[in-house]
Design a protein around this ligand. Structure first.
Ligand SMILES: [Zn+2]
Ligand SMILES: [Zn+2]
Length: 141
């Protein structure tokens, strides 16, 4: 996992972005947690390590990672964006009880996009699929 972060940081450097310890920590947290945290969760997790860091700093860095295509933003209409360091094609399963989001892979549903385009005349840009349920740790309680 450390090599993935290292690789991502090397990529950033080539775009002229300065690698600060905070940047490194935020990216590392995102890649290691894989739990699709909110900016606030990242902030709270890293606060002990960087007491002078603000939530705004976390937001600004996330925005920069987004622009560099290193993370994805997931919006759920309740203005708590979540961030995903897995930028490969994958789907999400969401726990109704604790809100945890986990990745799973499934062949991309391209045929759904094609059907949507042909039956509506839309120029289709993508799709989102979410599966809901109760996660293992909630069920074990
Ligand atoms: Zn759960
Ligand atoms: Zn994901």
């Amino acid at each position: 996992m450390a090599t993935r972060v290292q690789h991502a940081l090397e990529q950033l450097k080539t775009t002229g972005v300065r690698i600060t310890p905070q940047r490194h920590a935020i990216l590392n947290y995102l890649m290691e947690s894989m739990g699709h945290p909110t900016a606030d969760e990242i902030y709270r997790a890293l606060e002990p390590q960087f007491p002078s860091m603000s939530v705004a700093t976390v937001y600004n860095n996330l925005k920069m990672f987004l622009e560099a295509g290193m993370v994805r933003e997931l919006t759920y209409g309740d203005n708590s964006s979540r961030f995903d360091a897995n930028v490969t094609d994958h789907y999400h399963v969401i726990c109704d009880q604790c809100g945890k989001i986990e990745d799973f892979s499934y062949p991309s549903l391209k045929s759904v996009e094609l059907q949507a385009a042909s039956s509506t005349g839309f120029e289709v840009h993508g799709h989102r699929l979410e599966v809901y349920g109760v996660c293992k740790s909630c069920r074990d309680q």
